[in-house]
Design a protein around this ligand. Structure first.
Ligand code: AMP
Length: 120
């Protein structure tokens, strides 16, 4: 599996940096965001290092599909039962900070707003 020695999310996958995990399987990991922007805010990542959606290909189809399939199940478990937002930021214009693909899942009573506005 492709890994990047210095990538913070690869380091979380390897257990070198602690995370508050929601789910782990062979291909993906889900953990709570360290700076939550909503009452429920977690990230789902592929375990393999893929920097951005620009770098995605058929090799990532399974892991990326798994990320989407897990979103609702994990959102419900985390307490977001009335809906949620999914966001994948890509590149500079997309305000991507961590260059390892991750899907934000934001829910709870007030999941709107801050995530889209905080960097404007
Ligand atoms: P972005 O790349 O802008 O889509 O967002 C990166 C997200 O990763 C931010 O919401 C950060 O709060 C989150 N983040 C960065 N480091 C960690 C970490 N060690 N554990 C959990 N979340 C993190």
């Amino acid at each position: 599996m492709n890994q990047d020695a210095n990538c913070i999310f690869c380091r979380i996958v390897r257990g070198e940096i602690p995370s508050n995990k929601l789910h782990e399987d062979e291909n993906v990991l889900a953990f709570h965001d360290v700076r939550p922007q909503a009452p429920v805010h977690f990230l789902i990542i592929p375990k393999e290092h893929v920097a951005t959606l620009y770098d995605a290909g058929t090799a990532q189809q399974h892991a990326f599909g798994r990320m989407l399939v897990l979103a609702g199940e994990l959102a419900r478990k985390a307490g977001a039962t009335d809906g949620f937002r999914t966001i994948i930021n890509t590149g500079k214009v997309g305000h991507q900070e961590v260059y390892h693909v991750h899907m934000h899942v934001l829910g709870g009573p007030e999941p709107l707003g801050s995530m889209l506005q905080r960097k404007k």
